[in-house]
Design a protein around this ligand. Structure first.
Ligand code: NAI
Length: 465
């Protein structure tokens, strides 16, 4: 006799209640030992309680460790922040795991896709650290850390090993972003060396996209930084039939939230035609996470049998309503061979982040000062030498424009001015430089200190530098 496992259930907005009802009734019929603890989130919750994510909902997930979440509506351009992004950050759900598998009866260009996308879920541009630096220039910081990268790579390899996968591919743009994606790739290689039984390779993201739409069957597990992962996982969903069949799980060290990739689909909400497959597959992923894989495979068999019998919802070219599709799955549970409780498990070990790496050998060698300069016919009148710092380079939108020759590029009113010293300096030199700029009436809005690790610069060069 298995004691029921308590799980937080968020029904969400739009089609959320319809598809969570479907999943709950399938779980009931399969006698999955889960006790749902209902919690509120989303737009309807905001209209009722004045907050899209009440503290009690977060506390419920913190208490239970696991949640199944229906989609929630986020107002566009105004109003509250996305509930999903808030939950991911509040619970430190560092990996987003999206399996993409061809399903029987779902006609697509490719019949044998079986890819798991593991997306870093916290960092990259999703810190939403953004600044308007001049009226014409906006900056979004892309943050990649060793801790975040090691966690997601370690999880990807542990998952690959646990599921008997043979290959993990790191997708990146380290040819251009030598520091950001370079660090992501460096961490991938460090983790891969602990898994000699798994093939580890890497691909530049643009090439990966091209290959994915030409021969997706050659891919196995992909691990990506957040933004590329966001885009590539939707591309992968399209390979197997679209949003109606794309599940996902957000994994943290102590908590996990499972939800479909799709949103609240307001265009079909309340019509009884939504496809519950994506949320059902997310719920099966959750059962694997909880060590209840035998129940997951039991329900998966019934789902597969239903699709093979050509019972499909409208989005997949069928005519079944959400209820008819759900009842068809429940009817097939009786036909599936009996399963042994907990006969095997797919629980994946969740890693710990590495400790910080000391930068004690780093020395300060200069500063990049970002200035606004509106007379774009002439370069900014920057001082050549202040304290131990000399002006070595100016760039506009990343291209070197000083020292000459200045290429015929479109200039904007925002320059990066690179000052370097021939010996290690301290911040007093940078303060002196900023004071000099103040006295000259030059507006600066950002300073990046430039460090070197021994002789190796810890910053990128400008185009043409
Ligand atoms: P969406 O995914 O809700 O809908 C896109 C299209 O796919 C629509 O035509 C919809 O009818 C269809 N579709 C989606 N899921 C389906 C299903 N299960 N069965 C049949 N058809 C399905 O994306 P959209 O319209 O951009 O976003 C609507 C709202 O959902 C927005 O407020 C957005 O912020 C939110 N959203 C929430 C997510 C979440 O809670 N995880 C994820 C993505 C969007």
């Amino acid at each position: 006799m298995t004691l029921p496992r308590r799980v937080t259930l968020i029904r969400g907005d739009g089609i959320g209640p319809e598809i969570t009802n479907a999943v709950v009734s399938i779980f009931d019929a399969a006698r999955v030992p889960i006790e749902w603890e209902e919690a509120d989130a989303g737009l309807a919750c905001y209209q009722k309680h004045g907050t899209p994510l009440p503290q009690e909902t977060l506390e419920s997930i913190l208490r239970n460790g696991v949640a199944l979440k229906g989609p929630t509506t986020t107002p566009v351009g105004e109003g509250f922040k996305s509930v999903n992004v808030t939950i991911r950050k509040a619970l430190d759900l560092f990996a987003n795991v999206r399996p993409t598998k061809s399903l029987p009866g779902v006609v697509t260009r490719f019949g044998n896709v079986d890819i798991i996308v593991v997306r870093e879920n916290i960092e990259d541009t999703y810190g939403a650290i953004e600044h308007r630096q001049t009226p014409d220039v906006a900056q979004t910081l892309r943050i990649i850390t060793r801790q975040g990268s090691m966690l997601v790579h370690r999880y990807a390899f542990e998952m690959a090993r646990q599921l008997g996968r043979r290959r993990v591919t790191c997708v990146h743009k380290a040819n251009i972003h030598k520091h950001g994606d370079g660090l992501f790739l460096e961490c991938f290689r460090a983790v891969a060396s602990d898994y000699p039984d798994i093939v580890a390779d890497d691909l530049i993201v643009d090439n990966a996209c091209m290959q994915l739409v030409v021969r997706p069957e050659t891919f196995d597990v992909l691990v990506l930084p957040n933004l590329f992962g966001d885009i590539v996982s939707d591309l992968c969903a399209g390979l197997v039939g679209g949003l109606g069949v794309a599940p996902g799980g957000n994994i943290g060290r102590h908590h996990a939230v499972f939800e479909a990739v799709h949103g609240s689909a307001p265009d079909i909400a309340g019509k009884g035609v939504a496809n519950p497959t994506a949320l059902l597959l997310s719920a099966l992923q959750m059962l694997d996470h909880l060590g209840m894989s035998s129940y997951a495979r039991y329900i998966e068999h019934a789902l597969t049998a239903t699709l093979k019998a050509n019972i499909r919802t409208r989005d997949l070219g069928g005519v079944a309503t959400t209820r008819e599709f759900t009842e068809a799955i429940i009817a097939r549970l009786a036909e599936v061979p009996a399963h042994a409780e907990h006969e095997y498990s797919r629980v994946i070990t969740v890693p710990e982040p590495p400790p910080p790496t000391s930068g004690l050998n780093w020395s300060l060698v200069g500063a990049d000062v970002f200035v606004e300069w509106n007379d774009i016919a002439h370069l900014p009148a920057m001082p050549e030498q202040v304290a131990r710092l000399s002006l070595r380079m100016m760039s506009n939108r990343g291209t070197k424009v000083y020292p000459p020759p200045t290429p015929p590029i479109t200039m904007v009113n925002w320059y990066r001015c690179r000052y370097l010293a021939s010996q290690p300096i301290d911040v007093a030199d940078v303060h002196a430089l900023l004071e000099e700029l103040r006295q000259r009436g030059i507006r600066w809005m950002q300073v990046e200190l430039l460090c070197a690790d021994g002789d190796t610069p810890m910053f990128s060069k400008a185009q043409g530098e």
